[in-house]
Write a protein that binds this ligand. Structure first.
Ligand code: DX5
Ligand code: ZN
Length: 219
């Protein structure tokens, strides 16, 4: 299972150091939360920041995964592909033509992911599964780091795992995003997560990055 730090609660004045520390602790997956202030209330960063961070990740053999919490994601897919993303995930709620988005992302040589919110049913992404590399199951309402894990997400993860098997996509990666920490990580993994996003569980005021990652790796 992959631990995928989100830099949303990292110190943006020291991003290189904070990422180097995470890579030195064994992290090989970077989750970049892109927010436009329209699809979600918060504004984070765009392709320019991704472009500056992806060489750092590549030096460590780490995967760069962009989670686009933006309206009209089709307008920006090329820019994120050019910025060095390995995976590009868009929200199924943010576009009319989700399958065309998957085709666009794959056509650019990136791996395609789709993200869906807590209120969005599995049926909304079911027809995309055979063409996806990643499914991002939101276990918080998107927009901010440091939120509480929505408990009903565990059952939804298990249903998604069953659906992937039923649709003949056992290798599709399930990424759980939001509110994951050492106390709920075992249950999230047990439910079927292949990748877990960890933001405030890695970048927080209480513990060092090294200790935070060690606590997650321990479970
Ligand atoms: C929320 C983001 C999540 C979140 C993860 O909109 O998609 O990636 O920042 O941060 P934590 O782990 O603190 O919930
Ligand atoms: Zn995210």
């Amino acid at each position: 299972m992959h631990l995928a730090p989100s830099i949303l609660t990292a110190n943006f004045a020291r991003l290189e150091d904070e990422l180097e520390t995470a890579f030195a602790a064994g992290i090989r997956w970077l989750h970049l939360d892109v927010m436009d202030g329209r699809f979600v209330p918060n504004i984070s960063f765009g392709p320019m920041v991704v472009k500056s961070l992806s060489p750092l990740a590549k030096r460590h053999g780490a995967v760069v995964d962009a989670h686009l919490m933006i309206e009209e994601p089709e307008r920006y897919i090329e820019a994120f592909a050019a910025a060095g993303c390995d995976y590009i995930s868009f929200h199924v709620e943010a576009t009319t033509h989700a399958h065309r988005m998957v085709q666009m992302i794959r056509g650019l040589g990136c791996k395609a992911g789709v993200a869906f919110n807590p209120a969005t049913p599995l049926s909304s992404i079911e027809e995309l599964l055979p063409d996806l590399h990643l499914v991002v199951l939101m276990s918080v309402n998107p927009g901010y780091g440091g939120q509480r894990f929505i408990p009903s997400s565990l059952e939804k993860i298990a249903r998604l795992r069953q659906l992937c098997i039923a649709r003949g996509c056992p290798d599709l990666l399930i990424q759980v995003d939001g509110g994951v920490n050492p106390s709920n990580l075992p249950a999230v993994r047990e439910a079927g997560a292949d990748v877990v996003v960890v933001g405030s569980a890695v970048y927080n005021a209480e513990h060092s990055i090294v200790d935070s990652i060690a606590a997650l790796q321990a479970v």
